[in-house]
Design a protein around this ligand. Structure first.
Ligand SMILES: *[C@@H]1O[C@H](CO)[C@@H](O)[C@H](O)[C@H]1NC(C)=O
Ligand SMILES: *[C@@H]1O[C@H](CO)[C@@H](O)[C@H](O)[C@H]1NC(C)=O
Ligand SMILES: *[C@@H]1O[C@H](CO)[C@@H](O)[C@H](O)[C@H]1NC(C)=O
Ligand SMILES: *[C@@H]1O[C@H](CO)[C@@H](O)[C@H](O)[C@H]1NC(C)=O
Ligand SMILES: *[C@@H]1O[C@H](CO)[C@@H](O)[C@H](O)[C@H]1NC(C)=O
Ligand SMILES: CC(=O)N[C@H]1CO[C@H](CO)[C@@H](O)[C@@H]1O
Length: 885
């Protein structure tokens, strides 16, 4: 059962990708077929004005739709028609509806007028008044007027129809452009567009798939990483050792009991400056190659070796794959319409309008030919009129009247049809213009409003899609804001601080792993470029080591004047003794010490008790006792009676008390805290001796690092000599551990900075960054601009132009009807005037006589000349109804 399920999944997957492939191929073919389109340069301002004009003041229908929607949302009952009635101004409605109304009117009038025009009998019944013999009909000025107005109107009609033929190109190009840009969009979206920096949804999907595969436990990538990590483990050991030793010394020096032995009124003079000078060594190490190298290695290990962050990344990738697949399917589905060759595709849908099967050109040609025919008919009618019209002297020959009537009816029908077509086209361009304005102005806000008004629920997914569309496609969106989908798409945050918190795809994909590793590598690169690789012989280290080697702590514990000055007894001690150290002898401190200590002459206890000394400013300070009156064995014995002192007795007592109670204990009691490295594997409290750490046959042994690559320390109380030894030991420690570190770095630098970096970047960092950078969706704006250019600014505006041409042509054609009507009317009136003496019965009798004559082949006299013209009139009467139907 499970197998079956998996099989069917795989099969649908295959089938789907095959269908996708086919659609892509069709898109390719369509791009070949339709692209490139030459869109003539567009004056957007003017084109927009035209669109607004045809869509109505600020897009009337669209506004009405939105108003209706908001009204319905507010619970009012309202429909689109009533909103339209409220919002549309009467002038606008009249302007849009006039051509159709004209067509309707002409159609109605036809039934009353044209047969009536063409039926002489009725004409006579209605307009007896008009039956007269016009003399001016032959007048030259009248004829010139007639001809000029006719030629002008006919010329205009034919020219307008000819110009409208040219417009078919705009419509066809617009539709071709729509096909081209849609196919291009589909192709770019799914397969990618390197020139516009878009990777394509299919490649993106594949890349994510590859990525998640290489992150599966046990993948070749992870195994490679593992092996390099284990080969370079020693670096971590060395760096941890150095790091912790560097931390340990400040601990030692900063320990309060070492700085101010509790209650002993002395402070450590070297501790603070030594700690400060250590800072530059710590900085050297922290910014150095070894540390950066280890940081990079540890970052890789942290991200890839331990399960949680890699499984987070895997799940993020899975999450990202989903919307990408949905997007791909949506695009293939929606835009696929423009590409599919099936019956419901765009190509089939527009067959009639574009391409070889287009009926646009033939239809425009038919209209044009019809206009020519109408013009030629009118021309012929006027020629006949000019040739044969007698100016009322005699009845015109029959063709004069019939031809002008025919031409007139032709022009009339033509005008009606053109009004109808033009009216329809105006409505089409009004709706098209409205849609186009909405497209041109599209942004997230308008998209949301439109969806709401169409009653489509706008949830977070739709909002995200709209946001993407807004930033990617909208022609009005801020050009400075990002066009990278990875920055736009929001996914549920990995560690949300509140319910429903989201985060951009870029953060989720990159921040987790790639950014961290990349950041660590950038630091390493920086260190490699600017820092020395070896540190053991670095001057900063040498300085610190020389400080450490020259430490003499007994000479560096100095009385704390403030404490003494506030003590009830000690405050009587002469201030000259404030500079006396805890060392028995005087000492001039070595010059290789931090400033403030180097070359300082420090008086010792002997000078204080017996010898005296001079301060830095040269003032002599006497010893407490004359030599013969004291028993002094530094630091064990001090016996002297202050009554035999060099000082006042009280001063002497104070100094003596201070010496005995606060100075001598410093030298003998375990007042200090020492800090030792724990020997790995030994009972707690076993010191690890730096002497045992040696380099043998190229490898370091006994480095005092635990198997878990850390070091541990322990502390214990100690006297000042041990403490001094403790501090001084760091000199040699630093020498050895930095040697060790340098050796390890030298061994492993290539493996980490090149091999490990190459593996991780090839399989993880670069793919992630490439993917994220390859999501620039600017190509969608090109699509949208191309689509609006071709569909709106070309096709719709061409339709609009054709519509106005036709309406004008129809109007001129109607005027032409008037001109022909004048000619016909004159001719008709003259004819009628010659007939007007005859009543209907006489005409009937004549008719009978004529029939008799024809039947009997007899010639007989015509009673009057007028009857001769009745026959043609009758003939016309019989043809007229035919025309009128
Ligand atoms: C995905 O992996 C396959 C083979 O492992 C490789 O051929 C293909 O180029 C990779 N695709 C991407 C986008 O990395
Ligand atoms: C876009 O950025 C440029 C420079 O960064 C700035 O001069 C311009 O004002 C910004 N435009 C907008 C619309 O923010
Ligand atoms: C110090 O000397 C005085 C007299 O010189 C004497 O009275 C006193 O007892 C002596 N003090 C001590 C502690 O010996
Ligand atoms: C170092 O090498 C020498 C000779 O090659 C050998 O005798 C000695 O045992 C080696 N020492 C260690 C610690 O391996
Ligand atoms: C490493 O091992 C030592 C000794 O076994 C132990 O004291 C220390 O806590 C360990 N450190 C870590 C980080 O596990
Ligand atoms: C100041 C004082 O008392 N000095 C005495 C020191 O000791 C000698 C003898 O040892 C005396 O002579 C001094 O008077």
């Amino acid at each position: 059962m499970l197998k079956l399920l998996v099989l069917s999944c795989v099969l649908t997957g295959l089938a789907q990708s095959a269908a996708d492939q086919r659609t892509l191929e069709q898109a390719d073919a369509l791009v070949e077929k339709y692209c490139p389109v030459e869109v003539p340069p567009i004056n957007y301002e003017e084109a927009r004005k035209n669109l607004e004009l045809s869509a109505g003041n600020g897009n009337v229908v669209y506004d009405a739709l939105l108003q209706t929607a908001s009204a319905v949302k507010d619970g009012e009952t309202k429909d689109l028609v009533s909103t339209l009635q409220e919002t549309v101004s009467p002038t606008f409605a009249i302007r849009k509806a006039t051509p159709l109304l004209m067509a309707l009117m002409l159609w109605i009038v036809w039934h009353f007028a044209c047969w009536f025009v063409c039926c002489p009998g009725c004409m006579r019944c209605c307009c007896c008044c008009c039956q007269r013999k016009c003399r001016f009909g032959r007048a030259i000025p009248f004829q010139i007027l007639l001809w000029t107005s006719f030629l002008l109107l006919a010329g205009l009609v034919v020219a307008l129809c000819a110009m409208s033929v040219l417009e078919h190109k705009g419509i066809e190009q617009g539709i071709q452009g729509t096909g081209c840009y849609s196919a291009q969009l589909l192709k770019d979206t799914v397969a990618g567009n390197p020139s516009q920096n878009f990777v394509g949804l299919l490649p993106a999907y594949t890349a994510l798939d590859n990525l998640s595969q290489s992150l599966e436990p046990g993948s070749a990538f992870l195994e490679d990483v593992q092996s390099v990590l284990s080969q370079t483990e020693e670096l971590e050991r060395a760096v941890n050792l150095v790091r912790d030793m560097l931390d340990s010394l400040p601990f030692l020096l900063g320990e309060p009991r070492n700085q101010y032995p509790l209650g002993y009124y002395h402070h450590c003079a070297i501790c603070a400056p030594l700690g400060a000078s250590l800072d530059s060594l710590v900085r050297l190490f922290d910014e150095g190659v070894a540390f950066a190298l280890n940081a990079f290695r540890s970052e890789v290990a942290r991200q890839l070796d331990d399960g949680s962050s890699i499984s987070n990344l895997r799940s993020t990738i899975r999450q990202t794959k989903e919307p990408i697949e949905v997007m791909k399917d949506q695009i293939l589905d929606q835009v696929g319409y423009f590409v599919r060759q099936a019956d419901d595709g765009f190509e089939k849908g527009t067959e009639a309008l574009a391409g070889e099967t287009s009926v646009l050109y033939p239809s425009f040609m038919v209209v044009f030919v019809a206009s020519l025919i109408v013009a030629v008919l009118g021309f012929l009618a006027l020629v006949l009129y000019s040739l044969w019209h007698r100016g009322g002297a005699a009845p015109d020959p029959v063709p004069v009247c019939t031809s002008s009537a025919g031409a007139m009816c032709g022009a009339y029908i033509f005008a009606g049809i053109l009004f109808l077509i033009g009216g329809i086209l105006i409505l089409v361009s009004m709706v098209g213009g409205g849609v186009c304005l909405a497209m041109v102005d599209f942004d997230q806000q308008s998209g949301e409003t439109l969806l709401e008004s169409l009653n489509v629920p706008v949830d977070d997914t739709v909002r995200m899609a709209l946001n993407v569309a807004d930033r990617c496609m909208s022609l009005t969106s801020d050009s400075n804001s990002t066009r990278n989908v990875a920055d736009i798409i929001e996914l549920p945050a990995l560690f949300p601080t509140y319910d429903g918190e989201t985060d951009t795809a870029r953060h989720l994909l990159a921040d987790l792993v790639a950014n961290q590793i990349n950041g660590a590598y950038l630091v390493l690169e920086m260190a490699l470029a600017t820092q020395p690789i070896r540190l053991a012989d670095n001057p900063i280290l040498s300085t610190v080591r020389s400080y450490l080697g020259n430490v003499n702590l007994k000479a560096m514990y100095w009385p704390s004047p403030v404490d003494i000055a506030t003590h009830p007894v000690y405050r009587l001690m002469p201030p000259g003794y404030y500079v006396v150290s805890a060392l028995c002898d005087d000492l001039t401190l070595p010059s290789l010490l931090p400033a403030g200590l180097s070359d300082v002459k420090v008086p010792g206890l002997n000078s204080m008790v017996v010898d005296g000394f001079s301060t830095g400013s040269g003032i002599p300070v006497e010893g407490m006792f004359p030599e013969q009156n004291v028993t002094w064995d530094c630091p064990a014995v001090l016996q002297g009676n202050c009554s035999a002192s060099n000082l006042h007795e009280s001063e002497c007592e104070a100094a003596k008390a201070f010496l005995l109670e606060r100075k001598l204990p410093l030298l003998t009691l375990p007042l200090f805290r020492c800090r030792y490295l724990q020997q790995p594997g030994a009972p707690a409290g076993t010191k690890c001796d730096f002497a045992s750490m040696t380099k043998e046959n190229g490898t370091w042994i006994n480095s005092c690092v635990h198997p878990n690559n850390t070091v541990t320390f322990f502390e214990q109380d100690c006297d000042i000599s041990e403490f001094e030894e403790n501090v001084r030991s760091f000199d040699l420690w630093f020498y050895k551990i930095f040697q060790y570190l340098d050796d390890v770095v030298q061994d492993l630098i290539l493996q980490i900075a090149q091999d490990l970096k190459a593996i991780v970047y090839l399989h993880l960092v670069d793919p992630v960054f490439d993917l994220l950078d390859g999501f620039d969706c600017s190509f969608m704006q090109s699509f949208w601009r191309g689509l609006t250019d071709s569909l709106c600014f070309e096709a719709v505006s061409s339709v609009q132009v054709v519509a106005s041409y036709y309406v004008w042509a129809a109007s001129f054609s109607l005027a032409m009807v008037l001109v022909l009507y004048v000619a016909w009317r004159i001719s008709r009136d003259t004819t009628d005037a010659f007939e007007n003496s005859l009543t209907f019965p006489t005409r009937a009798r004549d008719w009978r006589n004529k029939v008799k004559q024809r039947v009997g082949y007899q010639t007989s006299e015509n009673p009057t000349g007028a009857t001769a013209s009745t026959a043609p009139a009758e003939a016309q009467a019989t043809t007229a109804p035919g025309l009128s139907l």
